[in-house]
Design a protein around this ligand. Sequence first.
Ligand SMILES: [Zn+2]
Length: 390
Amino acid sequence: MSSSVITNIGSLVTNDPALGEGPLGLLEDAALVIDGEHVAWVGPGAGAPAADESYDAAGRAVLPGFVDSHSHLVFAGDRTREFNARMSGRAYTAGGIRTTVAATRAASDEELHANVARYVAEALRQGTTTIETKSGYGLTPHDEARALRIAGAHADEVTFLGAHIVAPEYADDPAGYVDLVTGPMLDACVPYARWVDVFCERGAFDGDQARAVLTAGAARGLVPRVHANQLGHGPGVQLAVELDAASADHCTHLTDADVDALANSRTVATLLPGAEFSTRAVYPDARRLIDAGATVALSTDCNPGSSFTSSMPFCVAVAVRDMRMTPDEAVRAATLGGALALRRDDVGRLAPGARADAVVLDAPSHVHLAYRPGVPLVSAVWRRGVRASI
Ligand SMILES: [Zn+2]
């Protein structure tokens, strides 16, 4: 195992308040030493121990690699027309997912592998070093298990989302579909997933159905996470908290009781501004959640229907501009927040012992992620201690 040192870091986000200033644990004129896959040392540049190799950050900012805790990358097909129509004034409904289901079922394994690899690489170029992805465009035991197997070849975290929508074959028998998801489909999928998820929303699955899906998954060792309260008020957030889900995702339409429940739980509120951006919907109220004491994560929700972005810097910029998060809060939510939403303590921070996942920005501060929206600021990425070719 070789070691390397990143020197002349103008501004280093560690996300460890013990190491630097404020919640971001910010250090100026810093250095970071990597040993093998892990961070060995961080501190003032003058005190950095020697290493085999050296990289000069030349005064630029370094932060933990982004942790994208919510994406849907195993799909085929294209929904440009749907997006184009929506931008011309038509409302978004969950039904558009069926188009992707048909294309995904028809695709070969090779095609799906190539698609996922492409989007994971695209995310890495934008600084994402940990990514979760889901099934949910197969909706048969065979197609869901296939999606999870393919996801696991490329992504760090894999989620079973057989309960994305009711499969078209069960349009008249949603109860029968829930039986399939909690029975044979779960049997086929358990070996390939860590998490179980459900789209708890009008037009998808109601509270009772969502509970059945999550508790069946939990009984088989999968940990719940929930698509909750995206399109309207509903039981999703309360169910997520009750079942100790790792994350309630979207959280766009919340009652005071929902906010209180999140604030008094370890369930992370994962906000997905790409979805509101791409559907011209109202953004979630991040300020309300943060001020109440809830833990907030930011993720892309990268999917072909409602949020076709793999860019965490884009999500940070939108969260600052339109969700009234401070730049510090948004950067923390996109790194440490994502790690907490995946119940991981090895990523999302740059402290001794953490995975050496680091991003060098072509900028003097992490604030530039919001200050310079749309600009490709990621200039170097380390993942598991290895500098990625991006
Ligand atoms: Zn989603």
